[in-house]
Structure formats: C-alpha cells, structure tokens
Design a protein around this ligand. Structure first.
Ligand code: ADP
Length: 262
C-alpha cells in the first residue's frame, strides 16, 4: 500500500489541507515482478539450447568431426536444439500478439463433432505408436461452436500432445465433447498419465511453469503451450481448467459458447 500526502489549497482560500491518495500498489508490483520474471525466463530458455549448441560445435571443432558416427549424433542434437529455439520464439511471438490483442480471430460456425473428430484422427497414429488407448466420446446432441478453427485446433493439438507426452506407454487418453447444464459446450481431454501434484495445479497455466523442467525440455516442450491455450480460450469467452491426481491422471477441459449465443 502506498500513501501519498499532498498539501493543497482548498477553494482558492488560503486554507491548507492535506489530500491523502491511497494506491494499492500490490497489483502493480505483482505485474512488474511477473514482467521481470518473464524476461529472465525467456533469456534462460534461449540460453540453455544455445549453450548446448555451442558446446557440441566446439567438440566437433576439437576433432569429433573426424569420427563420422559421433559427429552425426552431435549434429542431430544441435539441430534439435535449434528447432526448440524456433518453437520457443514462435510461441513467444504468438503470446505477444495475443497479449496485445493483435492476433486475428477468424470466427465462423464450426461443427463440434467434426472439430474433435479431426483432432482425434490427427493423433490416432501417434497414440498407437505409444500403445496408448485413445478414445473419442461426443454427446449425441451437440451444437455448433462459433470460433476460429485454426486457433481451436491449436488448443486441441497442445492439450492432446501434452496428454501423450505425460502418459506412459500403455495408458489411455479420452477426448470428450459434451453439452453442459448451462448450455455451454465442454471439451475435455482425460489421461491416465503422471498427473500433477496438487501444489503445482494452481500455477500450471503460468508462462514457463512446469512441474519438471528437465522432463518438459527433454520432451521438446517450451512451457508455453498451456498459456497459449488459455489465451485462445479466453478470446472465445470460454474457460479452461485443469484437474489432476498425482500419478493417476489429468483432465483438462474448456468451455465454448455454442454458435447461437455469439
Ligand atoms: P510444456 O511445453 O512443458 O509441456 P505446457 O505449458 O504445455 O508446457 O505445460 C506446462 C506443464 O504442465 C508441463 O511442463 C507439465 O509439467 C504439466 N502438464 C501439462 N499437461 C499435462 C498432463 N496432461 N499431464 C501431466 N502434466 C501436464
């Protein structure tokens, strides 16, 4: 809390008074802290792959280049790290555009069933490769959604690929579309994966927040997927939530207004 005392003249009379301005600076300070943390996180996230790239290139320069097998492996790591940096920058640019409300949303009527069946088909083979049982459920009567197809596909892709990333082989994933009691359309992705500890759940949508940084990185994650998903859902006037039981599984679900409510 910040108090500002300003001596003042009242009504042009030579009467001296005091104006007390009470400003709640906790919110401002919180925003400032978040901004600083964000810059520090971005720098760190970019420096980590760069350090790896640099050390592998140095090793190649120091003679590894003469050993074709090892050299190929080192080049492949370098390439993967460069790709991760590209993904990170793409995600950052998208978040910046979403924050500045500069992201274009081309909204149209979308058939819910078609939207989620397409998403199911995009990931069907990846699940099969991981021996994950992937199922699809849609309520019989389900309205159209009014939204941006590409952006909603991106949300679905982020959430389904997270479910695959954090579910060990042999687990199950379900994609569900249902009509909620209040007329909103609810889409959920449930998995039987590693889950999220209760203490982390409240912060999981924060930028760069991960339960296990090393694990997320080794799986190619940027730590921004859920933040982007949340921004996109909010731009559709929906809500997104995560529920989880550690070491049992996770359910992430979001709501969207049906097209007649736009
Ligand atoms: P990342 O690129 O690290 O996956 P996200 O923003 O998509 O970034 O997710 C943030 C963190 O939330 C992840 O690092 C992981 O710890 C956790 N998480 C997300 N989805 C799941 C899930 N389905 N099961 C378990 N943990 C998850």
């Amino acid at each position: 809390l910040k108090l500002t005392f300003t001596p003042t003249k009242l009504l042009g009379e030579e009467r001296h008074g005091l104006v007390v301005v009470i400003v709640d600076v906790t919110e401002q300070e919180k925003l400032e802290r978040q901004r600083k943390d964000f810059v520090a996180n971005v720098s760190h996230e970019l420096r980590t792959p760069l350090t790896t790239i640099k050390s592998y290139l140095e090793a190649l320069d120091d003679g590894v280049v003469e050993e074709p097998e090892l050299a190929r492996r080192f080049l492949s790591v370098t390439q993967q790290e460069a790709e991760r940096m590209t993904r990170l920058i793409t995600d950052l640019l998208q978040l910046t555009r979403l924050d500045a409300k500069k992201s274009k949303f081309v909204k149209q009527q979308i058939e819910t069933k078609e939207l989620i069946t397409d998403a199911y088909q995009r990931f069907f083979y990846q699940c099969k490769q991981h021996h994950i049982m992937f199922s699809l459920y849609t309520a019989k009567e389900i309205d159209f959604i009014y939204g941006d197809r590409d952006k909603l596909n991106q949300v679905l892709d982020n959430l389904i690929s997270n479910a695959i990333k954090y579910t060990p082989d042999g687990g199950s994933i379900a994609l569900i579309a249902d009509l909620r009691w209040d007329g909103l359309i609810e889409i959920g992705i449930a998995d039987t994966g590693i889950g999220i500890p209760q203490k982390d759940l409240g912060r999981i949508f924060e930028r760069f927040y991960r339960v296990d940084k090393a694990r997320s990185r080794s799986l190619g994650g940027t730590g921004l997927g859920l933040s982007i998903a949340r921004e996109i859902i909010h731009a559709h006037h929906g809500e997104i939530e995560m529920d989880s039981v550690y070491q049992k599984g996770t359910l992430v679900s979001f709501t969207l207004p049906p097209s007649n409510r736009r």
